[in-house]
Design a protein around this ligand. Sequence first.
Ligand SMILES: NC(=O)c1ccc[n+]([C@@H]2O[C@H](COP(=O)([O-])OP(=O)(O)OC[C@H]3O[C@@H](n4cnc5c(N)ncnc54)[C@H](O)[C@@H]3O)[C@@H](O)[C@H]2O)c1
Length: 285
Amino acid sequence: MEIKQVGVVGCGQMGGGIAQVSAQSGYQVLVSEVNEELLNKGLTRINASLSKAVEREKITPQDKEAILSRIRGTTSMKDFGSCDLVIEAAIENLELKKKIFAELDSVCPEHAILATNTSCLSIIEMAMTTKRPDKVLGLHFFNPPPLMKLLEAVRTVATSEETLEIGRKFGQSLGKTVITAPDSPGFIVNRLMVPQVLNAIRMLEAGVATREDIDNGMTLGLNHPIGSLALADLIGLDTMYFVADAMYDEFKDPQFAPPVLLEKMVTAGWLGRKTGKGFYDYKKD
Ligand SMILES: NC(=O)c1ccc[n+]([C@@H]2O[C@H](COP(=O)([O-])OP(=O)(O)OC[C@H]3O[C@@H](n4cnc5c(N)ncnc54)[C@H](O)[C@@H]3O)[C@@H](O)[C@H]2O)c1
């Protein structure tokens, strides 16, 4: 099956990035949001990201215009009726994702593949709300999707070989290295990364070290490109919390239990870079 039209549900950090990298690779893209305001915000973020790429001479101004002309926004799920592949990138909430999958199943053509960018939730549960569980898989991008080179293709027990292969080829067409993971919480990368970030938060909470010393330890001692607390801010502390909580719920392993400090910061609305405050301050002034 040839993929021409890609749909993306949600134009937040990840959905916007997935829409951008798909359009950059020549696909026609339709991206949805819950209302016009959030849609405009998401499309403006894509525009800004492409302007940055022009400034850095990664693409030309003409490329930018061509990429933008391939991205269309909508607030109606019905518009996904012309998509060959839809990637869901709404917030990390299983009940919401199940509702979105049921709706996508009713509006998308029979041949369409439905994917989720979930970080850790059960993909088979989303698949079972559709009449095509064999055509459902995870396509787990990393943040920010236009820059990060990895894609996890996640197969459930019901995903067909053909669907997995189409998903893997799609990822490769975006220039990604694709690894195949099982539908088990956190897949491969988050199962490694989440305990490490949570341990950094616990160390800060227990007063073992300052945020700078923890992050310098990771960057200068282990050569990680970004410290664990800065990484949590980049991911979004709400997403970090949802992911840890869902993994703890599934594995009942204390290494995945969200630390109290993380929970309090999310309650305070300190969600990291996206709100300007997390473990670090990102306000412009
Ligand atoms: N942030 C990361 O580093 C990261 C990395 C990999 C995967 N993910 C996963 O990607 C998904 C999105 O995360 P994010 O960081 O982009 O979150 P985000 O909060 O930045 O964006 C989510 C967007 O989805 C929109 N949305 C909610 N319900 C919707 C609906 N019914 N239709 C259309 N849009 C809807 C919201 O308005 C919001 O703009 C989550 O499942 C998350 O676990 C996140």
